[in-house]
Design a protein around this ligand. Structure first.
Ligand code: ARG
Length: 538
């Protein structure tokens, strides 16, 4: 692990011990980067009431106990900490490693077969991919899983439509249109509906013709997902696709096990679990339906089987589900049942929820005609607006990752693509500018020497990379890294305006070149951890 973790960890450890000695209980000294010094701790102010002493007294006593040079008490009782110049020598950025490596299964993207990827799956895909990159790079053993919706009663309708019309590739080429037509037929033709229901039975009992049609449909969809992932730079390969159909052979066993453990109750012909504390709108206990009254299995049963498989067969010690907030209750109930069944001993499941993408009208993003936006169309539009695919994709991904994932965000091309402000293109431009600057410099970079406050601020900001990466990975909050990278680009911009590089000379020039180079490397590495490409020229 690199330097900055040592700096922050060291400061925190020293001050924690000092404040504990003063307060008589463990205290987090809340060491933060500061405008007034390199770091600051304001914890004495918070302790004043508890200890009945003026905060300046507490700070002064703690400072004495810490026995550190470069610490002074300021204002009402802040501890200002200034680092020795030696500490900010500008080492190359390194991704910090976790102290507790785990095997983590990340379930993300999860589009549905015979429907094109639409914007509803965009956030899961982008956030899940950023988390997979962050967790893998920090030393976890990550298993990516794309839980495709490739099973269920709707396939009866789709396959029957394929069979009856002998429609080949041409018709299912536009999957959305294909789905729509099948639906129209289903809604308007009673005979067709009956045949569609028989198809479900045929498919589920392994009828070769039905199965072949289903496979063709799934393969076609998978290809369209693969194309979209390639355009978006998403690290999901066909080997990571594990559709709902994969778990079908396990469902009867899941029901048997849950029944044997006394966790299922028959209710109106269905087998249900009733996790304690889950109450429906009608005020009655809410069921998680594990087997429907017609004997079929649904979404919940599949998720229970998938969870058990990931723990028992994939040996995961942590399960992440990157799925929108509307499925919060579903996952809470699935986790509760799995826990009661004893499948989660020593395993932590986490629902990584996120808000919606809103259109300019503040409602869910829709096309002008009121349809859900197709991802392919969105990417076409992005490339057209942005002049290059990398900038378009970077803009979309950054807009998605820059804010707290639980919040909704407004999809606004002008704001996302702006060359200044908290945007992907702003960060990409910063890297491009640094690269061209370094290409122009004919002299070599050299040791960092601080001659100006803007240099010091930039050098210190560079030290913040490692904690930002760890916070983003361990807190499942990619925006912690995005916010840091933006701060870094801003610190660089200030430095660049105040401190001429190519017009300076000797040691100063060499030091500034190093600072610029480190900034470029840090931004590139950080953006890569978020899955955001950095074009060479812009
Ligand atoms: N296919 C689902 C949907 O479109 C998302 C799947 C999420 N993952 C899961 N294990 N349930 O809503």
């Amino acid at each position: 692990m690199g330097l900055v973790m040592n700096v922050e960890a060291l400061l925190t450890a020293r001050l924690a011990a000092a404040f504990e000695a003063v307060a008589g209980r463990p205290v987090d000294p809340l060491v933060r980067a500061s405008q007034h010094a390199d770091f600051q701790s304001g914890v004495a102010l918070g302790l004043a009431k508890e200890l009945g002493r003026p905060p300046r007294d507490i700070a002064a006593e703690a400072m004495k106990k810490a026995g550190m040079a470069g610490v002074e008490v300021s204002g009402p009782g802040f501890l200002n900490i200034t680092l020795d110049d030696e500490v900010i020598k500008g080492a190359p950025p390194e991704v910090p490693l976790t102290e507790h490596p785990e095997r983590i299964v990340i379930d993300y993207s999860g589009p549905n077969v015979a429907k094109e990827l639409h914007v509803g799956h965009l956030r899961s895909t982008i956030i899940g991919d950023a988390l997979a990159r962050l967790l893998e790079a920090t030393g976890h053993d990550v298993v990516r899983v794309n839980h495709l919706g490739d099973w269920g009663t709707q396939f009866g309708m789709l396959i029957e439509y394929m069979a009856g019309n002998d429609h080949g590739q041409a018709t299912i080429g536009d999957l959305t249109e294909f789905y729509r037509r099948a639906r129209v037929r289903f809604d308007g033709d009673e005979d067709f509906r009956t045949r569609a229901r028989l198809r479900v039975v045929a498919l589920q009992s392994g009828d070769p013709t039905s199965r072949a049609l289903w496979q063709r449909l799934v393969a076609q969809s998978e290809q369209s997902f693969v194309d979209s992932y390639a355009r978006l730079g998403i690290g999901l390969a066909p080997g990571d696709f594990v559709g709902e159909s994969f778990y079908q052979p396990m469902l009867a066993g899941v029901v048997d096990e849950l029944t044997a453990k006394g966790l299922l109750v028959e209710s109106e012909g269905a087998l249900c679990a009733f996790p304690p504390g889950e109450i429906g709108r009608d005020g009655r206990p809410l069921p998680l339906i594990v087997r429907k009254s017609d004997g079929g299995f649904g979404y919940a049963a599949t998720d229970l089987a998938a969870l058990r498989f990931r723990v028992q067969e994939l040996k995961a010690s942590r399960l992440l589900y990157v799925v929108g907030t509307p499925q919060k209750q579903h996952f809470r109930m699935v986790f509760a049942v799995a826990r009661a069944a004893g499948w989660l001993d020593g395993v932590e499941p986490e629902h990584i929820d996120f808000g919606s993408i809103l259109g300019a009208d503040g409602k869910m993003l829709k096309t002008r005609a009121g349809d859900t936006v197709k991802l392919g169309d969105l990417l076409d539009e992005a490339a057209a607006q942005a002049t290059s695919p990398a900038i378009g994709v970077g803009a979309i991904k950054y807009a998605d990752l820059a804010g707290d994932r639980r919040s909704d965000y407004l999809f606004d091309w002008d704001r996302m693509l702006a060359a200044t402000g908290n945007t992907g293109p702003y960060l990409q431009y910063a890297v491009a500018r640094i690269r061209s600057l370094i290409a122009k410099a004919t002299t070599a970079p050299g040791p960092v020497k601080v001659t100006d406050p803007a240099e010091r601020r930039l050098a210190l900001t560079l030290l913040g990379f490692e904690p930002a990466v760890l916070a983003a990975a361990e807190g499942r909050e990619p925006h912690r890294l995005a916010v840091y990278l933006h701060d870094l680009a801003v610190a660089f911009t200030t430095f660049y305006e105040k401190c001429p590089i190519l017009k300076s000379e000797g040691d100063v020039r060499a030091s500034r070149l190093t600072l610029a180079e480190r900034t470029g490397q840090t931004l590139t590495l950080g953006l890569d951890l978020l899955g955001i490409p950095v074009p060479d020229v812009m």
